[in-house]
Design a protein around this ligand. Structure first.
Ligand code: ADP
Length: 438
């Protein structure tokens, strides 16, 4: 169904997708060509809801430009971004649709879906599982509906990729009613990244993903590792919330649950304060006392700062232990994939991890691993495209020849969201045109 208000969305055209990652006070956006993978425009609307709201826009190949955004709403961001798109493309917009990152799909969503009223209420119905994120993601969807009511929109869930986990991997050993009445289970997050890099790793290895046993380690500010067996997630380190699992920038990862009552008893902290401490004052920041940023931590460790050194060692120990544990669900390991800001850039972390996992058949090629560090740190707009050149001589390999490969694969979650969106929107357009028009 085509309508005059909809930007041209011809299924055969090389259209673009507006990708939105909406938070409560910010909206990250990118205009992505799903076929080429180019990020034509990228940026962020920040400090929404305050008089100091601003829009930072970067066009492909240009410097970022800041603009004041007096209205300071999600809708104002979308309207302004569309204004930029129209100016950039005088031939008329070829917008295939809008793709939204949605953090939590609960048990309802195992794949990306076209947004309609039913999907909106289903996302709302699982908002208690991600109270900071899902309402903000919905605000992004509503903002696009308000500005472009006829544009197809697609929701891409962080949790969807992990819905293939078997019950023995996703259930906690807690009272049954916690699961049946309160939906307490392991959901897993970063699914878009784990899915993207597992498919890319298969391409780099020249093997079908349906025949590969991988552990993917997404190491950014948030960190998680996933066992990907024959293309699907069978286990992951994050759980009911993104606080579980690995040590992260400011998050503790897995702790003894008895610790909460113990610290509450010792300090009088309430649940909100404890949750805040585990989310924002822990991880690399809490351990090192220096920073939540791995660059700063590794530099301080190299200069002899003992707390920074310990933070690095705890990070690597916990990560290595988790990777080895995830192999249980795979029964065989073909490749370990590093991604995210730390995974793509820190030769030190990768080397320390591989050094601990020799018993799995992994062996670092020091020359290949350090050669990965030649490029500059990616900017958000360049993330993905600039990285694509990185490690091309070795197809991302940082291990010596052997049965188990270690790879560095730059993630590009926006590209995966754009591809899912384009595919779903094009299918929808074909269906609504009917066989006569096919
Ligand atoms: P986000 O999860 O917010 O997307 P990123 O994927 O950009 O974050 O990862 C941020 C992390 O990557 C930070 O800890 C940062 O220090 C780390 N990082 C980026 N470049 C390097 C580098 N050259 N060496 C070590 N760590 C790096």
């Amino acid at each position: 169904m085509s309508s005059p208000g909809r930007p041209s969305a011809h299924p055969d055209s090389d259209g673009s997708v507006l990708v939105l990652n909406s938070g409560s006070s910010s909206v990250k956006f990118a205009l992505v060509e799903p076929k080429s993978g180019s990020h034509l425009l990228a940026g962020v609307g920040e400090r929404l809801g305050s008089p100091k709201a601003l829009l930072r826009v970067r066009r492909l190949g240009s410097d970022a430009v800041d603009e004041w955004l007096p209205e300071g709403t999600h809708q104002a961001v979308v309207a302004r971004v569309l204004g930029h798109l129209r100016t950039a493309d005088r031939d008329g917009l070829r917008l295939l649709g809008a793709g939204h990152r949605v953090v939590h799909g609960g048990e309802r969503f195992a794949a990306s879906v076209l947004v309609d009223d039913e999907v909106i209420s289903a996302v709302r119905s699982v908002s208690h599982l991600a109270p900071l994120h899902n309402p903000a993601n919905l605000a992004g969807i509503e903002a696009v509906s308000a500005v472009l009511p006829d544009l197809h929109q697609v929701a891409v869930f962080d949790t969807a990729f992990h819905q293939t986990m078997p019950p023995f991997a996703f259930r906690y050993a807690v009272p049954e009613a916690w699961y049946t009445e309160h939906a307490v289970r392991r959901y897993g997050f970063h699914g878009t990244s784990h899915r993207f890099v597992s498919e890319r790793a298969a391409a780099l290895l020249g093997r079908p993903v349906s025949d590969l046993r991988l552990v993917t380690a997404h190491l950014g500010n948030g960190c998680s590792a996933t066992a990907v067996r024959d293309g699907v997630s069978v286990d992951t380190t994050m759980g009911l919330t993104p606080l579980d699992g690995l040590v992260m920038g400011t998050r503790s990862g897995e702790v003894d649950p008895g610790m909460l009552a113990y610290i509450a008893g010792r300090t009088g902290m309430d649940l909100d304060e404890l949750t805040r401490a585990l989310n924002t004052e822990s991880g690399l920041r809490g351990l090192s006392g220096v920073s939540n940023d791995m660059r700063t931590v590794t530099t301080a460790a190299a200069r002899g700062n003992e707390r920074a050194r310990l933070a690095l060692e705890v990070f690597v120990h916990r990560l290595s232990k988790a990777i080895a544990g995830l192999v249980v669900g795979l029964e065989r390991l073909d490749a370990l994939v590093f991604t995210g800001g730390i995974g793509e850039n820190s030769a030190v972390v990768r080397s320390m991890v591989l050094g601990r996992l020799g018993f799995l058949g992994l062996a670092e090629s020091s020359a290949r691993n350090t050669a990965m560090d030649v490029r500059a740190t990616p900017t958000p707009a360049a993330h993905g495209t600039a990285n694509a050149r990185h490690g091309q001589d070795t197809a991302g390999r940082i291990s010596v020849s052997g049965p188990v490969v270690a790879l560095v694969v730059p993630t590009d979650e926006e590209l995966l969201i754009a591809r899912d969106t384009a595919r779903i929107c094009e299918n929808r357009i074909r269906q609504t045109r009917g066989p006569a028009a096919a």
